[in-house]
Design a protein around this ligand. Sequence first.
Ligand SMILES: C[S@@+](CC[C@H](N)C(=O)[O-])C[C@H]1O[C@@H](n2cnc3c(N)ncnc32)[C@H](O)[C@@H]1O
Ligand code: SF4
Length: 387
Amino acid sequence: MMLNMTLTTPFAVYVHWPFCLSKCPYCDFNSHVRHGGIDETRFLRAYEIEIAAIAARAPNRTVSSIFFGGGTPSLMQPSSVGAILNCIGKHWTVARDVEVTLEANPTSVEATRFRGYRTAGVNRASLGVQALDDASLRELGRLHTAQEALDAVAVARAIFERYSFDLIYARPQQTTDAWAAELKRAIAEAAEHLSLYQLTIEPDTPFFGLHKAGKLKVPDEDLARDLYDLTQIICSDAGLPAYEVSNHARVGAECRHNLVYWRGHDYAGVGPGAHGRLTIDGRRVATATEKRPEAWLTRVEESGTGLIVEEKLTSGEAADEYLLMGLRLAEGIDPARYSALSGRALNPKRISILREEGAVETTADGRLRVTQSGFPLLDAVVADLAA
Ligand SMILES: C[S@@+](CC[C@H](N)C(=O)[O-])C[C@H]1O[C@@H](n2cnc3c(N)ncnc32)[C@H](O)[C@@H]1O
Ligand code: SF4
């Protein structure tokens, strides 16, 4: 089907900064340590070139959200962040109420630098706190203590209109009692948004090797499920229900950037290893850039773009992606949009079986969503519906 873009359709820009001070042993994000430093001015120029190249492919959009993710974007100079924001504003219209988020690692949080980001136009900070006890932070390979993380949260609270922080749970040796106490402490520090991720053991990370060798014992399935259920209860009771599998917010305080992904809207991906989804000539196009930072840099300098993937999705692929992303949200999906994308309706028999099993439900306004008890089985539910 042909997709229509209007100036009011949400459009987001993701800017990936791929550098960190050290590599955490659980992390498989596209992040790299460069002990010799990097040429930030040269990288900045490449970001500007890439933004221009993407804007030429997807012109006339109104940017509702910009997200500096990483890696550790809080290692960027505030002037670089400002220059990238100016560049985005030169190539697209930026909404008056644009959400501009910057991910920060507590190790690199300084009030002066944060004020610089604020002046540059950042209005939301997302901090990687990960844990509130020092032994866990050490085990996670973090360079900050719990107190330093809380100090960073206080800086974010004082400087930005909005902030959020991330915690990782289902960590080695974590009990339900310890997690309940830690989560309640975190909620007392949070304003309107928290991201709570279950530790996943990713292939090709040091944690993967340790886990395989039996040196890293993570909660079994039953305990992980108990920790997940406890998380839902404690957060809901505190007025921070899950609006997505791992994201909790007061109603109206959801991260708008994330909603663009999960609601299946368009976003530009800028920087090494960034992914994008653009509607071009009525077709949804998946984009991805070269992952290796220096290879991305020279590619942009030599060819004007770091894009290595630019693939038109079939209607089936676009519809399946809408299902996969949309069912992560508590609000679920609009079955009519699925049908319009795929050219066929979702299988009513499959829906009714999943409904009888208590895994999905239909809301009063006709949306299909995964139930609280269905969420831990999300992958299976999506696979069943997409089949
Ligand atoms: C790209 S990081 C950005 C934050 C920043 N680099 C930092 O670490 O402070 C985004 C988040 O993903 C989460 N994360 C990364 N690897 C994970 C894993 N293996 N399991 C669970 N959460 C993970 C962490 O909570 C992290 O804060
Ligand atoms: S968790 Fe954050 S700081 Fe650690 S390696 Fe990943 S991106 Fe870098």
